[in-house]
Design a protein around this ligand. Structure first.
Ligand SMILES: CC(C)(COP(=O)(O)OP(=O)(O)OC[C@H]1O[C@@H](n2cnc3c(N)ncnc32)[C@H](O)[C@@H]1OP(=O)(O)O)[C@@H](O)C(=O)NCCC(=O)NCCS
Length: 374
């Protein structure tokens, strides 16, 4: 039998990586050695992507060039627009994203080139195009025409614009940008591990990212931010939290947005999302969902000793931005794509096929029975 402690590969070191480090006991996270708190306060998402890919904070001129290159690559190739238009309007946006990334791989001019230089260029195109895919699909399913990306807008503002056709406030764009920064990279979580497994077969960047999107879809991973919001809506008010928790715990239900495989204290990303959720609800003059969240957080800590994770307050932040709930996980995917891509590049540069074994629990040497005697 496998050791119970290593079921789900908990605690197993499966790769070397210089991208991020999590101290789960202390609740600390670093990207390339930089504390997440410093980055969340001072850096932009694309500045952090640059750091991750090039292992250095960009100078102003380098950041401007990086942003400019990506801004010029946001438009979607026609085959991707055609596929998005042909999908049923009721398709889950995460499924639409998975399909669109796969199509992007088929039309990318460097699809099968896995040299580091080509990987960097493909990663840039993907980071530029993912927000356009999600925003465009959301328009198409509402019967609206796609909007061309605006190269004058920054990365997050452009997503909000291609979705709604309205140039967003600075606070809204900044909140979304910081949420992507916080989602950017987080070690060998399920989706990142998936992308590395795919990359380790020397498959290409788009194949690995398509697989990453697939792994993120589940409610125990990226899907948790959507489930967390549905739960807050079901609870309704801060006064209803206690009864909800009583019932959920009695029924041994998992409360979405709580608990973590690695953190044993507050998830440092949650600290910033809580602050942003509070700011946005103050700005909107409606603290209802923030109040429900705070109360639930207190109850879970007191009753189960469980802290909220990144997905919990992210739900309130995205809801306050007026975004539909089924876009929450695609938004996580948008932020994480650059992290997945960084892992694909690490894997391609120092590759060894990832191929673990399973503990066999079946029988051996069963006698063969011809089909007419079974
Ligand atoms: C993230 C998660 C999958 C981690 O799972 P894990 O490391 O396997 O942790 P376990 O499931 O072993 O949890 C340990 C204990 O805490 C409980 N627990 C963990 N998360 C819980 C939650 N969200 N709600 C209620 N109880 C929870 C488990 O039931 C278990 O209790 P037990 O020992 O009495 O059986 C899990 O906490 C979870 O499902 N959370 C909800 C989904 C979520 O928010 N995912 C996003 C993660 S960033």
């Amino acid at each position: 039998m496998t050791d119970d402690n290593t079921r789900g590969l908990a605690g197993v070191v499966a790769a070397e990586s210089a991208l991020s480090f999590i101290d789960g006991a202390a609740g600390k996270l670093w990207y390339r050695g930089y504390d997440i708190h410093a980055l969340a306060r001072h850096a932009s998402y694309l500045e952090s992507v640059y750091l991750l890919w090039y292992d250095a904070l960009p100078a102003a001129i380098e950041l401007a060039a990086f942003e400019g290159t990506l801004a010029g690559q946001r438009a979607l190739p026609l085959p991707v627009l055609d596929v998005l238009s042909g999908l049923p309007a009721e398709s889950a946006p995460m499924a639409a994203l998975r399909t669109a990334v796969s199509v992007l791989g088929q039309v990318d001019p460097e699809s099968d080139d896995i040299s580091h230089e080509a990987d960097l260029r493909k990663a840039g195109r993907l980071v530029a195009q993912m927000p356009t895919i999600v925003g465009t699909f959301d328009r198409i399913r509402r019967g609206l025409d796609p909007i061309d990306p605006d190269p004058e807008l920054d990365h997050a503002a452009n997503f909000l614009y291609v979705r709604s056709g309205i140039r967003p406030s600075e606070t809204a764009a900044r909140a979304l940008d910081t949420s992507w920064l916080l989602y950017l990279e987080h070690g060998l979580n399920a989706s990142t591990f998936t992308t590395r497994v795919v990359a380790s077969t020397l498959a290409d960047m788009h194949s690995a990212i398509t697989a990453g999107v697939s792994a993120l879809k589940g409610p125990l991973h990226g899907g948790a931010n959507e489930k967390a919001m549905e739960m807050l809506l079901e609870i309704g008010t801060a006064g209803d939290v206690q009864a909800f928790v009583d019932r959920a715990l009695d029924e041994k239900q998992k409360i979405m947005g709580f608990g973590h495989r690695v953190y044993r204290t507050e998830d440092p990303r949650a600290t910033h999302l809580r602050r942003m959720a509070e700011e946005l609800s103050q700005e909107a003059g409606d603290a209802r969902w923030y109040d429900v969240s705070r109360k639930l957080e207190e109850e879970m800590l007191e009753r189960k000793g469980l802290y909220c994770n990144v997905d919990f307050y992210c739900a309130t932040v995205y809801y306050s931005l007026g975004l539909p709930i089924d876009l929450f996980t695609p938004l996580f995917a948008i932020g994480r794509t650059a992290g997945w891509a960084a892992h694909v590049m690490e894997q391609h540069m120092h590759n060894r096929l990832i191929r673990p074994r399973a503990e066999y629990t079946g029988e051996l040497d069963r006698p063969w029975v011809p089909i007419d005697r079974r």
